[in-house]
Design a protein around this ligand. Structure first.
Ligand SMILES: Nc1ncnc2c1ncn2[C@@H]1O[C@H](COP(=O)(O)OP(=O)(O)OP(=O)(O)O)[C@@H](O)[C@H]1O
Ligand SMILES: Cc1ncsc1CCO
Ligand SMILES: [Mg+2]
Length: 264
């Protein structure tokens, strides 16, 4: 298990290139989150180049928030490029329970074997038979309700499964951790979860051999930066600005002192 502060130093040293195929809402905030944290974002979307680009990048992230059939083809091409060059990739199954098109797409992408699956509690829970109460892209369930499903998915799929909410949960099927902190304003700014998925890509691209530690480190950085931004904000708008500044300003020493990670 590598500590978050060490991984943050390594990530900033490497400034990994993260190939993001994310949704139209998240595109800008995700690129800004990656830049603020110290990584290098690239939103490369066309099917014709997605596979080739995924091979050049340090990590790939896939998000179905504003899915189209064209984009789905790009996602599949990109995951093939990542797999062929041994690059890690992260999947964010936004609202996959909402429609038949999304359900099928999410199943197909999950079957391709992501390194990390990152969703809110309703999204992870909806991969089981248990009833989930997500409202579109927003979670309606608590993280604890999704923990058992997360552990099972991780063990069966040989991947890291990461559930976000007030206190996050990360497991690789054997190990598990909770990450506390952040701010109640975080779910009031659209696509901060989608941007976190891209940040997980930055850490996993830095430490591809240890995606569990990498995911915990990304979550811990987010939580510490969110906690730092909270008292500076008047509401969701100023929070978004303060949060980017806090991501950039958080040092490894502050992360070490402020991270609230509990290993289970
Ligand atoms: N009540 C809360 N208190 C503190 N932090 C929170 C809270 N709710 C969410 N977060 C944090 O917000 C970030 C995004 O998680 P969230 O579960 O809202 O993602 P999401 O639903 O996928 O978001 P989106 O779909 O808008 O991108 C995570 O870092 C999570 O820890
Ligand atoms: C609001 C919204 N709609 C589709 S994706 C997205 C961003 C948060 O998931
Ligand atoms: Mg989401």
């Amino acid at each position: 298990m590598a500590d978050a502060d060490i991984l943050l130093s390594e990530m900033r040293e490497k400034a990994p290139l993260v190939h993001c195929i994310t949704n139209h809402v998240a595109m800008n905030i995700a690129a800004n989150v990656l830049l603020a944290a110290g990584a290098s974002p690239a939103m490369v979307l066309a099917e014709e180049e997605a596979g080739e680009f995924a091979g050049l990048a340090d990590a790939l992230t896939i998000n179905i928030g504003t899915l189209t059939s064209e984009r789905l083809a790009s996602m599949k091409a990109a995951t093939a490029g990542a797999r062929n060059s041994g690059k890690p990739w992260v999947f964010d199954p936004v609202a996959h329970f909402a429609t038949g098109f999304r359900r099928q797409a999410a199943r197909d992408i999950l079957d391709l074997g992501p390194t990390v699956l990152r969703g809110n509690a309703s999204e992870i829970l909806a991969f089981s038979d248990a009833p989930a109460s997500g409202k579109g892209v927003d979670a309606g369930d608590g993280v604890e309700a999704a923990e058992e499903t997360a552990r099972r998915l991780a063990a069966e799929g040989n991947m890291v499964v990461a559930v976000t909410g007030e206190t996050d949960f990360v497991t690789d099927g054997r190990r598990a951790a909770r990450v506390a902190g952040g701010s109640p304003l975080m779910p009031k700014v659209t696509a901060l979860g989608c941007a976190l998925t891209c940040l997980v890509g930055a850490f996993v691209g830095t430490r591809p051999a240890d995606p569990f530690s990498a995911t915990v480190a990304a979550f811990a950085l987010y939580a510490v930066a969110g906690g730092k931004a909270h008292p500076m904000a008047q509401g969701p708008g100023s929070f978004a600005v303060q949060f980017l500044d806090a991501l950039a300003a958080t040092t490894p020493a502050e992360l070490k002192a402020g991270a609230r990670v509990t290993h289970l």
